[in-house]
Design a protein around this ligand. Structure first.
Ligand code: HEC
Length: 164
């Protein structure tokens, strides 16, 4: 290679690196500095000890393999998982007290972001966890009746606390 093509290669490399750094800055560094991401939303509230326990079981049992916890901006999401209320579209501040935020990647079952406001009692949640097909005959949700009663109750409390 002669000197001219070396210089051209350095120039192109330099331009590409600058573009990459601008990209990382705009899409990663600047958003991380946005304080509104860390401020609790008006409906976020810290979990009680039992809800924390339930959340740990939710993580451990992989409920999030099948359930999402995020209402997206789309019309269908708002209609299905937020009762048509656009105010209930998920925002960063909703997850301040949940670490990690289990948004989920699949919806083999319903979204659980606001499941606590669907008017189901804790007792019924426990019954459903033990035997989903008792309520929905075609349900492919596994039965969790092998879990001890206190864990089922904690799970149900956590589920019920998911409301605005
Ligand atoms: C293999 C996928 C799968 C897994 C894993 C799973 N579920 Fe489900 N879940 C479903 C499906 C499908 C439904 C809808 C049918 C029904 O109600 O059983 C459902 C329904 C629900 C509902 C009722 C939601 C509503 O709209 O009223 C709750 C609550 C729930 N699941 C909680 C859990 C919890 C807690 C766990 C973990 C312990 C879990 N699920 C694990 C598939 C799954």
């Amino acid at each position: 290679m002669n000197r001219l093509s070396d210089n051209v290669a350095y120039l192109i490399g330099g331009i590409l690196l600058t573009i990459l750094l601008i990209g990382v800055n705009l899409t990663v560094i600047l958003p991380l500095m946005d304080e509104s991401l860390y401020k609790p939303s008006s409906r976020a509230r810290p979990m009680s000890a039992t809800e924390e326990k339930g959340f740990a079981i939710y993580k451990r049992e992989g409920c999030w393999y099948c359930h999402s916890m995020q209402v997206r901006r789309t019309e269908s999401d708002v209609k299905l998982w937020a009762g048509g209320n656009k105010e209930l579209v998920s925002k960063p501040g909703d997850y301040v007290y949940m670490w990690p935020a289990l948004w989920g990647t699949q919806r083999n079952g319903p979204d659980l972001m606001w499941v606590g406001s669907r008017g189901i009692s804790v007792e019924r949640q426990v019954e459903h966890l033990k035997d989903p097909r008792k309520f929905v005959p075609y349900s492919n949700m596994p039965s969790y009746d092998h879990l001890p009663e206190d864990e089922l109750l904690a799970l149900a409390e956590f589920i019920m606390s998911r409301k605005p």
